[in-house]
Design a binder for this molecule. Structure first.
Ligand SMILES: Nc1ncnc2c1ncn2[C@@H]1O[C@H](COP(=O)(O)OP(=O)(O)O)[C@@H](O)[C@H]1O
Ligand SMILES: [Mg+2]
Length: 488
């Protein structure tokens, strides 16, 4: 059987027309069988081949099998990666806000156990994983750009939590403080919130090493109200999460390397918790922060991009929607031009519309492939069918589509592409028993994948004002000294 080169051979073939969706193509992964006649159905690799649009949108009501579909798809991609030389493998980064993709690890153990050595399953909230953004590796972003990225992040997190974006005065004040914090030895983002306590600004000005940042800081005109509101917004973003692990992780002497995650063959899964029900704010914050920083790392790539492709999978993508809502088109074209394919999965299209009105149509327009599962209400089915059938389908075809979306069974989906008629299919059964058995055998390798990033114990956030920890801060290594690759 011919091995498939994920990064190039598809291109070297004459560009294949895609007349029909059901095509067991060499660059696809079989995830199920058609409802009508039990033919195998594959999903194309979400790997960018030059500027080819490989973004994919997956939707469907909760419990109807989206995560199961992602598991099948990801395992197919990873199994294929395993057959390639390391340098040709894409990087895969997965955001799993509900911890539903935990089974991926056992699936890998069953299908291609060697790949466990390349897997990093990171839970920034359960374990102390270094997330000290003040020691993000140099070169990924200049301090200026990093400041802008972090202010943007505070804005997104705060908007998601309060429904109100930062005002101009807040942006200026928070920006000045963050820039000063980034230039202070042994600092962490707790300092940013503390700087808005009474007398905090002069203390921070005395600690920062940047003259420019100090001047900006001392030039601020802060009213008590402005200080209080900035402090609260910073606490929402970088502190006050009530989790000791999180606090330890943002005080660590190093930070996860978001650039390393994009190296060939790396598989990173942000497993952000197993919290049933509503997603809690620390999970959202961690999702948004890590996604934003991966995007920032991708932005540093040259364009047009010719290096290692990346696949970014976001299960429950509504969680990170606030950080991309205002710049979704930009994000989708940025990732596309820099070799990263996005897979966005969500429970309902209305979850996206709720974040911002244009979000859904932007997603549908920019995703070459759409996989629609069960839809809850007729109005949503109509809306969806209208967007999806814009390729020129007759009104009756749309109605038919809307009706079928309402009746889809669990694990049943409709696949739409850039061309060809929609196809209804059922996902294949996950071999869970085999996975469990394999996970038992590979328990050590899975445990290693889940603990690659643990912070050495004893690190706690240092405080600007607390003299005890001040002394400790002074004894800590300078920020860059502790950085190292966590895959080493
Ligand atoms: N292909 C499949 N084979 C076997 N079980 C599946 C499959 N897809 C989903 N399930 C199971 O059905 C339940 C709900 O599926 P899930 O994928 O979590 O739904 P969703 O992500 O849409 O909420 C889970 O217990 C899951 O393990
Ligand atoms: Mg799910």
């Amino acid at each position: 059987m011919k091995l498939i080169d994920l990064t190039g051979s598809v291109l070297r073939r004459a560009a294949p027309p895609t007349p029909a969706i059901v095509h067991v193509e060499p660059d696809g992964v079989i995830v199920g069988h058609t409802t009508a006649d039990d033919r195998p159905i594959d999903l194309p690799m979400p790997v960018m081949v030059q500027l080819d649009n490989r973004h994919t949108f997956v939707s469907g009501a909760s419990g109807f099998g989206k995560t199961g579909l992602l598991l099948l798809w990801l395992l197919g991609i990873i199994a294929r990666m395993a057959r390639l030389p390391l340098a040709q493998r894409p990087a895969i980064i997965i955001w799993d806000p509900k911890g539903d993709l935990d089974e991926l690890d056992s699936g890998i153990a069953a299908r291609c156990p060697d790949m466990l050595g390349h897997l990093s399953a990171i839970d920034p909230l359960q374990t102390a994983v270094p997330m000290n953004l003040c020691v993000l590796e140099k070169g990924i972003l200049s301090p200026r750009l990093l400041t802008a990225t972090l202010v943007d992040l505070v804005n997104a997190i705060s908007s998601a939590g309060n429904g109100v974006a930062l005002g101009n005065q807040q942006i200026i004040a928070i920006g000045a403080v963050i820039e000063a914090v980034l230039h202070a030895p042994s600092s962490n983002l707790h300092w940013a919130a503390q700087a808005f306590q009474p007398d905090g600004i002069p203390v921070l000005a005395g600690r920062t090493t940047s003259d420019v940042a100090r001047e900006a800081l001392l030039g601020l005109h802060l009213t008590p109200e402005l200080s209080a509101s900035c402090r609260i917004r910073l606490l929402q973003a970088f502190g006050g999460l009530g989790s000791e692990a999180w606090e330890a992780s943002i005080a660590a002497p190093s930070c996860l390397s978001f650039r390393d995650m994009l190296l060939p063959g790396r598989i990173t899964r942000f497993c952000l918790g197993n919290s049933p029900g509503a997603l809690e704010s620390p999970v959202k914050v961690a999702c948004m922060a890590t996604f934003k920083l991966v995007l920032a790392a991708i932005q540093q790539r040259v364009t047009p991009f010719t290096g290692t492709p990346a696949v970014l999978v976001l299960d429950e993508c509504a969680v990170v929607a606030p950080v991309i809502a205002n710049s979704l088109e930009k994000t989708l074209s940025l990732t596309r031009s820099r070799g990263a394919g996005l897979v966005l999965a969500t429970q309902s299209t209305t979850q996206l519309s709720a974040v911002s009105p244009g979000l859904l149509s932007a997603v549908l327009t920019n995703c070459a492939h759409k996989v629609a599962g069960r839809v809850g209400v007729p109005s949503e089915a109509m809306l969806y069918a209208k967007e999806l059938a814009d390729s020129g389908a007759a009104g009756s075809a749309r109605d038919e589509l809307a009706q079928s979306l309402l009746k889809l069974k669990p694990r049943e989906f409709v696949l739409f592409g850039q061309s060809g008629a929609p196809v209804r299919f059922v996902t294949d059964t996950l071999p869970k028993a085999a996975w469990l058995a394999a996970a038992d055998k590979q328990a050590d390798a899975i445990a290693a994948a889940r603990s690659r990033h643990i912070v050495p114990s004893g690190h706690r956030p240092t405080r600007l004002f607390d003299s005890g920890s001040q002394a400790q801060a002074d004894n800590t290594n300078p920020p860059t000294a502790g950085r190292r690759s966590h895959w080493g």
